[in-house]
Design a protein around this ligand. Structure first.
Ligand code: SF4
Length: 430
């Protein structure tokens, strides 16, 4: 039986795209290999949003070249947003002639056709323009408990550091009824947690009121399940969405609301279109409706011209908000973006010092929060068991481990937190 291996880089959006590629390949009779070495088809589903993911792709191509030398019939495909970056597809074709298929994000649903071309020993290079239509393809999901559902693609926001609008195109939403039907089918087939995906879900179908209508439409199915979504742009999070979240226990008490910086001056340079005051008013709004809400965020250090005082504004902001979880990043230059051309790029050593301080600060905050949960009982969806311990998440997205067995996987259980260690919650079923 022929085998495939998909190397996935980047965010959950890409993880889900890989599930779609796997669906296409399973439909053709291929099965998943355990590693690149074991595969007849190797796919690199790439991401160019952060420099680190791009560097890893280029590093892995060296190893794959050697595999192809040993196994000339091996098919190598590269897809995702990296080939859509200006000049990259041509560069890959010149520098890596062993790649058989080079495509972007907009035409992955046609992978079966491209594979036929490659099997006939014809090279494929097909990068559609970024306004391509949205097509559905079969999906081979990685989990039988949690599922991703794309509701929109692309982004219109043009944050000055971000390459997404250039490589993933303008915002395009899926049809409302099709999203509802997909989620209904997932719930009916036993999925317990569904995460709606989009670069800015609040502007689904053009924005208010459609996203809150969608959330309400997805919270009426029978049975216990949980709907989450990501990502929300703070400027577009509206009260009707918060009201909808508070109106149903099927909508998770959790939001990922990326702030990026605690300095108004830097937020302006980032073209984020909100101030710290605007952002904090959204946090207060969320907590006024859902006091126990879990909030996570993205925060970047070392944006061009960021001073020590700008950095301290970010530290003060995380102290004020007390995030459940904070994803911290060092600003990295992305060619083609506005920020890449800005003066005042910060030295890597300084950026590294700032991120270390930020991580330490968040660790302290997270630890205090974790200690405060001792004695609290959470409704936890168990998503895995490692042979000794069960792992799961609360509605507010706290990760909790507890003693259990395989039969707990895919079930909701009440877990009382008995201990907090290094930001991690440990509990027992009650
Ligand atoms: S909202 Fe900004 S950071 Fe997020 S994808 Fe769009 S441009 Fe990039």
């Amino acid at each position: 039986m022929k085998k495939f291996f998909i190397n996935t880089y980047g965010c959950q959006m890409n993880v889900h795209e890989s599930e779609k590629l796997a669906g296409i390949l399973y439909n053709r009779g291929y099965v998943a290999a355990k590693s690149n070495e074991d595969a007849d088809i190797i796919i690199l589903n790439t991401c160019c949003i952060r420099e680190t993911a791009e560097t890893r792709v280029l590093g892995n191509l060296g190893m794959i070249k050697k595999l192809k030398e040993k196994k000339p019939d091996l098919i190598v495909g590269i897809c995702g947003c990296m080939p859509q970056k200006e000049g990259t597809a041509e560069y890959l074709r010149r520098r890596c002639p062993f790649i058989d298929i080079i495509i972007g994000t907009h035409n992955m649903h046609l992978f079966s056709q491209y594979l036929d071309e490659a099997l006939a020993k014809r090279k494929v290079l097909d990068i559609w323009d970024s306004e391509g239509t949205i097509e559905c393809s079969p999906i081979r999901r990685n989990s039988s408990v949690s599922a991703f559902v794309n509701i929109m693609y692309g982004c219109d926001n043009f944050c000055s550091y971000c390459i997404v609008p250039y490589v993933r195109g303008r915002e395009r939403s899926r049809n409302f009824d099709e999203v509802v039907a997909e989620v209904r089918a997932l719930v009916e087939s036993g999925y317990k947690e569904i995460t709606l995906l989009g670069q800015n879900v609040n502007s689904f179908m053009g924005g208010k009121p459609y996203f809150s209508k969608l959330l309400r439409a997805l919270s009426v199915f029978d049975g216990e399940y949980r709907i989450k979504f990501m990502t929300s742009h703070p400027k577009d999070l509206s009260e009707d969405v918060v009201e909808a979240m508070a109106s149903s226990d099927k909508l998770a008490d959790y939001i990922h609301l990326p702030v990026q910086s605690g300095s108004d001056r830097i937020l302006k340079l980032m073209n984020r279109k909100y101030t710290v005051k605007d952002y904090l008013s959204k946090i207060d709004l969320l907590r006024s409706y859902i006091p126990s809400i879990g909030i996570s965020s993205d925060l970047m250090v070392g944006f061009p011209t960021e001073t020590e005082e700008d950095y301290m504004c970010s530290e003060r902001l995380i102290e004020r908000v007390k995030y459940n979880n904070l994803f911290t990043f060092i600003y990295s230059r992305r060619s083609g973006t506005v920020a890449d051309k800005m003066d005042g790029q910060i030295d890597l050593a300084e950026k590294t010092k700032r991120i270390e301080r930020l991580i330490a600060k968040q660790f302290e905050i997270g630890n205090t929060l974790a200690q405060s949960y001792i004695g609290t009982t959470f409704r936890v969806l168990c998503d895995s068991f490692d042979g000794k311990t069960c792992f799961g998440k609360s509605s507010c997205d706290k990760s909790i481990s507890f003693p259990g067995d395989q039969s707990n996987v895919g079930q909701f259980v009440n877990v009382k937190v008995t201990m907090a260690k290094n930001n991690k919650l440990i509990g027992e079923i009650v």
